[in-house]
Ligand binder design. Structure first.
Ligand code: ATP
Ligand code: MG
Length: 499
């Protein structure tokens, strides 16, 4: 029998109007990878915060290594060897990878931090993980995958016994997930216990030994991964059977609405493509290939160096996001925290802010209209909140992402850019987003979609453009869709028929 290293006993956490965790109990065995899953807002991140001492539970106890705690503090958690990698990055963007890894650590040389020494030790850690990261670069300039690895190195450098990872793979692509899994397996070999949160269920079958499912803050069950399948897991999470497929749509792709010619800027070179009415045009590529960079140039968030952009055949000069919104382009960014929503403001405020004109009559804001719109999106995406007046900061990660969607969609743009639209979104809500994308194109709008989820990209797009290191390496039509072929193009392979 394996040892129980951690027990959660009857933990409850109340916030005003919400019971985030509801008498939750389960055990984690020493040395296992224990997955924790549940829909957006189920209470996963809140539980993690009670384990790390970031918040105090309303009731219940936590038992670690046989010691019982009615409340953790960050200091106690650290002493017990609990390390956490949070859903939202906690790195300091302006300082180097090495400094981030050893942030807050006292050095033997008194107040002077020996940067070279830290860089050497950071490099050692990265070498051990077999990843190449420039330790002296500010983390701001690293890819999301590398930032995630820095987060892990930071936790591992503290000699953790229990490592909790809250959606570590959300910003990663397939090959980067492999790197992360290698690191996780190595940690497991060293006897580290891992609690692993993810909405990518297929990963759990690869990496987890057991899984605990939560719903509405409460315990649903714990299963061995070997004894359960995907369908059952989804039913446990949702409390009902859910169909998983890419919904079909009825739409005739029409005239050209957007044309980009020889675009240079933000690291991208010589990119040309056209988008048509009623079309979903997908963009494939590895993380860091330059897809988000391209979308940001089109949206006016970053400058275009040269090239031309036409909307309905007329050249437009988009110099800022305001110009793009005027021109009928909406953008759902991948990084919700930095660009997506105003966290201190309410759900309602965020929903209407991009299209205030539509919510006013004369000089006055039409509050009823605002409420109706916000309510509509809350229902559509099942945004979990006690009230539309809730500040977005207090929502769960996935529910914040849903507000980002609502904010852009309520602006009613003709062309909508979806950048990783379902990252961190639970299976049920994913289906709603796909349906909504279909509704948009069926009503004559057009979509540019960046996604690192290949089945999703192929399931939803009419055509896919592949970007590799800032250049277009292929354009693939639906009839030619083939995951391996596209992955090959995404890693710099050449298109069929050319050499
Ligand atoms: N500080 C807070 N104030 C008010 N409500 C909160 C606060 N923190 C969390 N909640 C609520 O608690 C519930 C659980 O949130 P939590 O972040 O734990 O969900 P989650 O399972 O991690 O979801 P996701 O998959 O979206 O990350 C949600 O309804 C959320 O709105
Ligand atoms: Mg969460």
């Amino acid at each position: 029998m394996a040892n129980t290293i951690l027990s959660v006993r009857e933990i409850t956490k109340d916030y005003p109007g919400v019971r985030a965790i509801d008498h939750l109990s389960f055990d984690v065995e020493e040395g296992e990878v224990h997955a924790l899953i549940g829909e957006n807002g189920a209470g996963k991140s809140t539980l993690i915060k009670t384990l790390s001492g970031a918040i105090t539970p309303t009731a219940g106890t936590i038992v670690v290594n046989g010691k019982e705690f009615s409340e953790m503090t960050p200091k106690l958690a650290k002493e017990q060897g609990i390390g956490v990698i949070y859903q939202e990055f906690t790195l300091v963007p302006g300082i180097s990878a090495a400094e981030n890894v050893f942030l807050g650590e006292k050095t033997s040389k008194g107040i002077f931090v020996n940067i070279k020494e830290r860089e050497r030790r950071a490099k050692e850690l990265f070498d051990e993980m077999q990843v190449e990261i420039d330790v002296s670069k500010p983390v701001r300039d690293l890819s999301p995958a590398c930032q995630q690895i820095v987060e892990i190195a930071k936790a591992v450098s503290k000699e953790v016994k229990i490592l909790i990872m809250d959606e570590p793979t959300a910003p990663l692509t397939v090959s980067e997930v492999d790197t992360l899994f290698r690191v996780v397996r190595d940690l497991k070999k060293k006897g580290v216990t891992i609690i692993y949160i993810s909405h990518r269920l297929e990963e759990l079958f690869e990496i987890a030994d057991r899984v605990t499912v939560m719903r509405d803050g409460a315990y649903v069950g714990t299963e061995k991964m070997a004894d359960i399948d995907r369908r059952k897991l989804i039913a446990m999470m949702a409390g009902r059977e859910l169909k998983e497929s890419y919904p079909s749509r009825k739409v005739d792709v029409g005239e050209e609405v957007l044309r980009v010619e020889n675009l240079y800027g933000n690291g991208d070179r010589n990119i040309s493509f056209a988008l048509h009415r009623g079309e979903i045009l997908g963009f494939a590529g590895l993380v860091g290939a330059g897809r988000t960079e391209l979308m940001r140039v089109i949206y006016g968030a970053d400058p275009m160096e040269s090239g031309k952009v036409y909307i309905h055949g007329k050249e437009v000069h988009i110099k800022c996001c305001g110009d793009a919104i005027q021109a009928g382009i909406g953008y759902i960014p991948e990084d919700r925290k930095a660009h997506g929503v105003f966290l201190p403001m309410t759900i309602k405020w965020n929903t209407v802010i991009n299209n205030l004109k539509a919510f006013s009559s004369g000089l006055f804001v039409d509050t009823k209209k605002e409420n109706r719109a916000a309510e509509e999106y809350r229902e559509k995406f099942r945004i979990k909140t006690p009230s539309l007046e809730q500040r977005v900061r207090n929502l769960s990660g996935g529910n914040q992402q849903k507000v980002v969607l609502a904010k852009t969609l309520a602006a009613n743009s003709e062309i909508v850019i979806f950048d990783e639209p379902t990252r961190g979104i639970d299976v049920g809500a994913k289906q709603e987003i796909y349906k909504l994308m279909n509704e948009l194109v069926e009503s004559g709008k057009s979509i540019l979609m960046v996604s690192s989820d290949m089945p999703e990209l192929l399931g939803m797009s009419d055509r896919v453009i592949v970007i590799y290191e800032g250049e277009k390496t292929g354009e693939v039509s639906k009839e030619e869709f083939n995951q391996n072929y596209i992955l090959d193009l995404a890693s710099g392979g050449k298109e069929n028929g050319t050499d």
